[in-house]
Design a protein around this ligand. Structure first.
Ligand SMILES: [Fe+2]
Length: 369
């Protein structure tokens, strides 16, 4: 794997590049618009195809490069390798940021797959309502939730000191003490810490009750970030765009739909004749499937899902729909199948729970076919 910690001196922001060396697929965490050229050159020079830009939150101190990178890759050499690999690039941020213009909206527990790597999304609100951390292997990228020896401020963007206390002490401090902490910023030249070190030495939080922490945060008296009036509105739509002349034709086209609501799906599914229906794969366990399932669905548990076999079977019966109980496993399955080159896989948002709540019928006690 390739890992780089990059720095923007004007905003003291760290951007992270992670790449799978076997597939040459990469993600960028918290790219900064002023460093667009640096990041594009890094991708190009290392022959990497960017799969995701991940923002830990809507930043108040710099503008994200998410949108601009997506557009720029339409005209750079990297696009060719993206095309060769048959897959594109998605911009992602937490659903709780209420931002528009991203391709994917993340929630706690989501898994981001690229190459043979996975990143787990951990919701760590408090600095902002939509702040998340990204756990990859033995490293956690904490944005402004947990900084080295400190934490992000909580006095704007729906911040909450109580919530941040919980995010740090309950969620992040639950990670193994060896896990390395890579923050969104550092103003003193420090680059990395660990969960163990932060538990012991974080001046803002170590040894403090929630009440004492809330009091500390309320008395910081920090000035408003210089660029907040420019950065927040821009970041709420994925950051600044490239000038129109630099964009590749069609580079802003909306990606294929990756999910459907139960209502949208059931309209299509129930209208179609059983003989020419698309495949609906239920990725729950056989026991769950046996209890109740959507009539006509086929049970292939998540751990037995085989993209090649499925592709051979599906043939022209596309798209393939994936369902589970709540939408988590189906999303994971969809990501995996898409990563394996199946472009038309769509998961049913909310799963059989949402199906039942919408008053739609479920077949009971059918055997898995
Ligand atoms: Fe921030």
């Amino acid at each position: 794997m390739t890992f780089r910690q990059l720095f923007d001196p004007a905003s003291s922001t760290y951007t992270y590049l992670i790449a799978d060396d076997s597939t040459h697929e990469a993600v960028l965490i918290d790219p900064v618009i002023e460093q667009l050229e640096r990041d594009l050159a890094l991708l190009r020079d290392n022959g990497l195809a960017l799969r995701y830009t991940l923002d830990t939150h809507v930043h108040a101190d710099h503008v994200t490069a998410a949108q601009a990178i997506k557009q720029a890759l339409g005209v750079s050499a990297i696009t060719q390798s993206n095309e060769k690999a048959g897959s594109g690039l998605q911009t992602a941020v937490s659903r709780d940021c209420n931002a528009a213009g991203y391709d994917r909206y993340l929630t706690d527990g989501d898994v981001i797959l690229f190459g043979h790597e996975e990143i787990l999304v951990i919701a760590t609100p408090g600095h902002t309502a939509g702040s998340v951390s990204f756990l990859w292997r033995d490293r956690v990228f904490t944005g402004d939730a947990l900084l080295i020896g400190g934490c992000g401020r909580t006095d704007f963007q729906s911040g909450s000191a109580e919530t941040l206390y919980h995010s740090i002490t309950v969620k992040l401090f639950a990670l193994d003490e060896q896990v390395l902490v890579y923050p969104g910023h550092d103003y003193k030249g420090r680059r990395v810490s660990s969960i163990g070190e932060e538990k012991l030495f974080n001046a803002r939080i170590t040894g403090k009750t929630k009440e004492a922490f809330v009091q500390t945060m309320a008395s910081l008296g920090l000035p408003t970030p210089k660029r907040i009036h420019e950065a927040v509105p821009a970041n709420l739509v994925g950051g600044a765009e490239l000038p129109a002349g630099l964009r590749a034709p069609g580079s802003t086209a909306i990606a294929d739909r990756q999910s459907l609501s139960v209502q949208q799906f059931s309209d299509q599914w129930r209208k179609a004749d059983a003989s020419d229906r698309a495949l609906l794969i239920d990725v729950r366990t056989p026991a769950e499937f046996f209890q109740e399932h959507v009539d006509g669905a086929e049970n292939i548990p998540l751990d037995q899902l085989d993209a090649i076999a499925l592709m051979a079977r599906a043939g022209l019966r596309q798209p393939i729909f994936i369902i589970c109980q709540t939408g988590t496993r189906s999303q994971l399955a969809t990501e995996r199948l898409r990563a394996a080159g199946m472009a038309h896989v769509v998961h049913v948002d909310g799963g059989t729970n949402a199906w039942r709540m919408a008053g739609l019928p479920l077949a009971k006690q059918g055997a898995a076919r």
